[in-house]
Write a new protein. Structure first.
Length: 183
C-alpha cells in the first residue's frame, strides 16, 4: 500500500489545503456478496403451535430461513420476534403468509447485505459394515475455491447410523474423510 500527501499553496482560511492519496489492493474476503430482504414481526398473543406451523409454511413457500426469537414485549408480556430471510421476488407473498398465519397486524421489511460462501452438494459413496451407501455432502468454498467446510446431510447420516448401529458422530467423521479424499 502506498500513501502520498501534498499541500497546496492556496489559502483556504481555517481549512487545511492538504490532499492525501492512498493506493492499495482491494481486500478479498473470499465471500460472495448478496442482498436479501428481512421480514419480521413481533407477536405476544400467538400459541407455540401456530408459530411453529407458520415457520414451517414460510420455509415450504420459499423463505431462505425463518426463526422465532423469544422476547419480552410491552407490559412485560413474553412474546416472539418472527424473522424471515427472503429473496426480493418472494417478499410480498411471504409477508401475506406471515400476516395470514399469525394474525399479525403488520410486518417490517428491510434489505440486508450478506456475505456467504459458495455451496454445492455432492454425493459421496461409502462402505460401512459391508453396506454400500450414498451420503449427500454440502461443500462450502471461498470464491477462490478453498474448501472451508464439508458437512454431511443429517438425514442421510442418521439413516446410515440407524441401519448399522454405529454412532452418528463416527458415520459423520467417516463421510467427511471420504469427501475430503474425493475433493
Amino acid at each position: 500500500m502506498y500513501v502520498g500527501y501534498g499541500a497546496g499553496s492556496r489559502e483556504l482560511g481555517d481549512i487545511p489545503n492538504v490532499l492525501r492519496v492512498v493506493l492499495g489492493e482491494p481486500f478479498d474476503s473470499g465471500l460472495m456478496n448478496d442482498d436479501v430482504v428481512v421480514i419480521e414481526t413481533n407477536l405476544d398473543d400467538v400459541t407455540g403451535e401456530i408459530i411453529g406451523y407458520s415457520i414451517n409454511r414460510l420455509l415450504q413457500e420459499g423463505a431462505r430461513d425463518a426463526v422465532s426469537i423469544p422476547t419480552l414485549n410491552k407490559k412485560s408480556r413474553p412474546g416472539h420476534l418472527i424473522q424471515v430471510i427472503a429473496d426480493r421476488t418472494d417478499v410480498e407473498r411471504l409477508c401475506a403468509i406471515l400476516i395470514e398465519e399469525t394474525g399479525s397486524l403488520g410486518v417490517r421489511t428491510y434489505t440486508c447485505g450478506r456475505r456467504l460462501l459458495l455451496r454445492e452438494s455432492i454425493p459421496v459413496e461409502i462402505m460401512v459394515d459391508d453396506k454400500n451407501a450414498v451420503v449427500n455432502v454440502k461443500v462450502a468454498r471461498s470464491t477462490n475455491g478453498q474448501i472451508i467446510r464439508i458437512k454431511p446431510e443429517y438425514e442421510d447420516v442418521k439413516r446410515l447410523a440407524e441401519l448399522t448401529g454405529i454412532p452418528l458422530r463416527d458415520i459423520e467423521d467417516l463421510v467427511v474423510r471420504k469427501a475430503g479424499e474425493i475433493l
